[in-house]
Each structure stands twice: as C-alpha cells, then as structure tokens.
Design a binder for this molecule. Structure first.
Ligand SMILES: [Zn+2]
Length: 415
C-alpha cells in the first residue's frame, strides 16, 4: 500500500484519540476545563508527546511552551509544512475546539506512516500554548510570539487572576523549552478547526473552506480612580473606576448593536475592579472588549469608537484611563493557492463544501503573517462552542481529515 489520491485517514483511530483527550481536564458534563499551563494541560501535553514519539516524531519545545513534533522529509534542510492547533480549552470548554486540529495533524502523520510515504518536505505537528487566553490574556499569545508579534519575555510576564505568571507556570509544568520562540522558515501552515458557528451544520455541509477571517480589534483598558467612602462622598467628587469600566462595557455593547444589521459584533468581555467592595469606591478597574465586522474598514471604525468610548467613560467618572494592550486580526489573510488546493480536494473527494469566513480568532491568523496559511472547518452541532455542550459526531471529521491529508501531502511533495 502506498500513498494515492484516494488514500484515507483512519477516522476511527482519530476519534479514539479524541476520546482519550476528553478524559483529561474534565469539566462540566461532556466538556473540558483544561486551562493553559494547568496540571491538566501538563497531563495532556505528556500524553500528546508520547503519541508523537510513538509515531516516530522528534519533539521539541520552545521558550513559550509550543510543542513541535517533526517527521523528516526526503529533502534535507528545506522548511517544514506545519500543521496543528491548540490543546488548551476555555474554563467551560468543549472537547473538540482546537484539540481536533492537533489530533487531525497527528492522524495525518499516522496515516502516512501506515502508507510508508515520506514527503519531500518535513512535516511538523504543532500544539500552540494558551490559544484560548482563558487564563492568560491575550489569546494566541504563544503563536503571536512565534511570528514575532510579541516577545518571549512579554509572554512570560502575563499573569493570571491569582497573580501567577505565564513563565513561572510554564516552568512548573515542565514545558519551558530550550528552543527559541521566534520566527523561523516555515513552508506553509494548515489548521483544521471546528467551525464554532452554525452555518455548516444548518446547511448539512461536510466541510468549510475558510477564505478569510472576520476583521477583529480587541483592547484591554485600565481605569484609575480614588477609593472613598460610598456614603458621604458627593457625586462630583467621586472617581469610581468600577463605574468607568462598567460604562465602557455597556458602550461597547451599544456599538455592537449599532452595526448589528450588517453583521457587526461587539463584546463586553471582562471587568475586574479593586477593591470591589460594597462600602468603598474602587480605585482600579480593568476591562476587555472587542469588535468584529466583515468589512475591514468598518471594523477599524468600530475600534475607533471603542477607544473614544474608553475616554468618555473615564471622563464621566472623573477617572484616568490607559489602553494597556491592543490587538487586531483577521481580514483577507489566507493564501489563495492553499485555499484553492483545499477546495479542489474537497470537490474531488465528493464532499459537500462551501467557502466561509472565520468569526473566531485562531493561531492561523498569526501564522498568516509569517507564511502561506489556510484553515479547514468541520461542522459542529448548532454552532455551540466554548460550552460543555459543544458536540461533533465522529463522522463529521471524515471530510476535514481526508482533505487535510491530501492538501498537506500536495504541499509537502510539490517540486
Ligand atoms: Zn480554538
């Protein structure tokens, strides 16, 4: 048996591997709570590394904890084709988000091992650290560092709600690697991911060809006020940072509604304040919001309104404010050649496919800044995600797995 255009990945083996992952970091019924750099994350990483070594891969870990598992090609010293996603989850996450993409890459390698096919270029599977940003904000921090958008030191300095740092937690779980987390030549990057939206499921499609990402802007803003007694302090002398942050969040929500008719969205995502007690005004608040719109220019406009809203909410509450961090992703970023190749394989194999935009952020967005990149979406029930009820049937991965297999081999073997 050798590799052929009708070779198939082992769907049953893939689903068994997914089931094994679903036993680690169990959360609410059916879901996972496997936060980045937790003990459960370590346990999953250990198992993943074992699987990779059993598949004959050479594993390296970089300074941000990204795991790379390499299968050599027949041609030495050419950049590898990289395939993967993330194994961490949201606090009330599902067992497919991200995980399916890493394990699909593993299944591609296992299938090629079964077929005895050596690709021309090396293949590398990757597990990106902290894609979710559920524990350390912002999301996709380690793929960002890999492409040079962030420094390793900056990523190491991120802290969680308990004051624990990314760097310290990475060392604690034993995944502070030797390899530098910095840009290096990559031939192409593929990421399979569940859609995290309702379109494929509602239309009964087998697979989605991702043509672009919704342009998105996010920001983290701090508000500084002054603690004071909640009783005697007159309204015009208050500097209530909690109120300033809360105003900004509701203004963000209003921005979303203002653009909702054309599929714009804004998210008031997070607010923390200190001291956040009943008898005292808070002197510090920190909030996170983001905006998304299918049109790049309009997304930029919404982001500008969000910045102005931060300034207005601070002024209204007598506080000062600072935009601590800002991020932007999405747009027309995916490689047209790779997208066409994925579409052609989906059609050739007889799968019911359609083009669509990604509405969530993914590591692929950062990789697209660095090398030709493409994404494949698989259906998920009713689009439910970041929820323990996230569900994908075993069968729903058949199209994605096989299209991934053939697209990756085509790219890796090209002359
Ligand atoms: Zn994900």
């Amino acid at each position: 048996m050798s590799y052929a255009p009708d070779s198939t990945a082992n769907l049953a083996r893939f689903n068994q591997t997914l089931d094994a992952s679903a036993q680690i970091g169990v959360g609410r019924p059916g879901g996972l709570s496997r936060l980045a750099l937790s003990d459960a994350d370590r346990e999953m990483r250990d198992l993943f590394v074992t699987w990779c070594e059993e598949a004959g891969l050479a594993v390296t870990v970089d300074a941000c904890g990204n795991i790379f598992a390499r299968r050599e090609g027949t041609e030495p010293d050419v950049p590898p084709v990289l395939v993967g996603s993330h194994l961490d989850t949201q606090i009330n996450g599902g067992r497919f988000d991200g995980i399916a993409g890493v394990l699909a890459a593993l299944e591609v390698v296992r299938t090629l091992n079964d077929l005895g096919h050596a690709t021309r270029r090396p293949l590398e599977i990757v597990n990106w650290t902290n894609e979710e940003g559920a524990r350390f904000s912002p999301p996709m921090s380690a793929s960002g560092a890999f492409v040079g958008a962030y420094t390793t030191d900056w990523v190491h300095g991120l802290v969680d709600d308990d004051g624990l740092s990314f760097g310290a937690e990475l060392a604690r779980i034993g995944y502070l690697g030797d390899a530098p987390c910095a840009p290096r030549p990559i031939d192409a990057y593929f990421e399979l991911h569940i859609e995290q939206g309702p379109i494929l499921d509602a239309e009964g499609r087998d697979i989605g060809i991702v043509t672009a990402g919704y342009p998105s802007h996010g920001m983290r803003v701090s508000f500084a006020g002054r603690t004071a007694h909640t009783g005697p302090t007159p309204m015009d002398q208050r500097q209530n940072a909690l109120a300033a942050g809360a105003r900004w969040l509701t203004m963000a929500d209003d921005i979303g509604w203002a653009y909702a008719a054309y599929d714009g969205k804004a998210t008031a995502a997070r607010l923390v304040a200190w001291p956040n007690k009943a008898g005292i005004l808070s002197d510090h608040a920190e909030a996170v919001c983001d905006v998304r719109h299918p049109d790049e220019k309009t997304a930029g406009l919404m982001a500008e309104r969000l910045r102005r809203a931060a300034s207005e909410s601070a002024a209204r509450c007598g506080c000062s404010y600072k935009i601590e961090d800002e991020w932007h992703w999405g747009g027309d970023i995916f490689d047209a050649g790779l997208v066409a190749s994925i579409r052609a394989h989906a059609a050739r194999l007889g799968f019911n496919h359609r083009d669509l935009q990604s509405q969530a952020g993914h590591d692929a967005y950062f990789l697209a800044r660095h090398c030709p990149t493409a994404m494949i979406f698989t259906p998920c029930k009713d689009g439910i995600t970041h929820n323990n009820e996230e569900f994908c049937t075993p069968e729903s991965f058949r199209a994605g797995l096989n299209v991934l297999l053939h697209s990756v081999v085509e790219r890796a073997d090209r002359v």
